[in-house]
Write a protein that binds this ligand. Sequence first.
Ligand code: CUA
Length: 302
Amino acid sequence: MGPVTSYSTAAVDSVLVFIVAVSMVFLLGLTIAMVVFVVRYGRRRHPRPEEVRQSIALEVTWTLIPTVLVLAMFFYGYAGFTLIRSPPADAMVINVLGRMWDWSFEYENGKQSDLLRVPVGEPVRLALHSADVLHSFFVPSFRIKEDVVPGQENFLWFKPEGLGTADVFCAEYCGTEHAFMMSTIEVMEEAAFEEWYATLDRLEDHPAYQVMDDVGCFFCHTVDGTIEGGPTFKGLFGKARRVVRDGEEVEVMVDRDYLRRSILDPAAEVAVDWDADMPEDAAEDLTAEQLEEVLDFLEIVR
Ligand code: CUA
């Protein structure tokens, strides 16, 4: 599957082709005129200069042509801009959260994903939010890009044409891992999308959620990225983090083993910048099976 495009791809490209074509014509024309003038009116061929009087016709021509061209470029560009800034009212709304340094998506039914899955041919409106600093949501093959600003909602919309994938980048320097802040838009058949969309994997429906709620995990650890008493569970799994083990700072990978150790013996490895104040007996009431479910849960809190 190759990169897919959006309605906006052609709109942007045609303006670009138009401007490049006009520029090429002028570049060629002016270069030829320059060479002709140099040869024809050089001192050797034309030793005695003459005075040239003004020509109204010439003045009007060279004022009119650029004016018409600039206006054409403006209206052509403005038409494309209006299209890009006018999402249809019936577009599917998807919330986009940019954070240092990844993208996550939340659908109208609460479904969350770190891949942007959309049905083919359907207009999609992205509501852009930032959890921390300035980012920029950029989909090169759709020719759309918009700043993602903390404390403010921006939007973008697109209507994918054809099945396949499109790359998403962050186009605003946002820290050391800015270059890795990428995601993918996957354009699916309507039926396949509906099936994926309908399998509700809201975190609250996970078997471990109630258990963890009873134990009290969520007093300190959130699943939405906000910070309470302890580190958030969101996006924790699979990341490297620095911990203090036996008084020494080491880097560990947050995997099932690390999380199991952290739950069973919270003080053994404490992430730097955090106090070791998680209750030692936090996991006391968990059966071995429940503990594994909790680990399953932590793995999917993206
Ligand atoms: Cu986010 Cu660069």
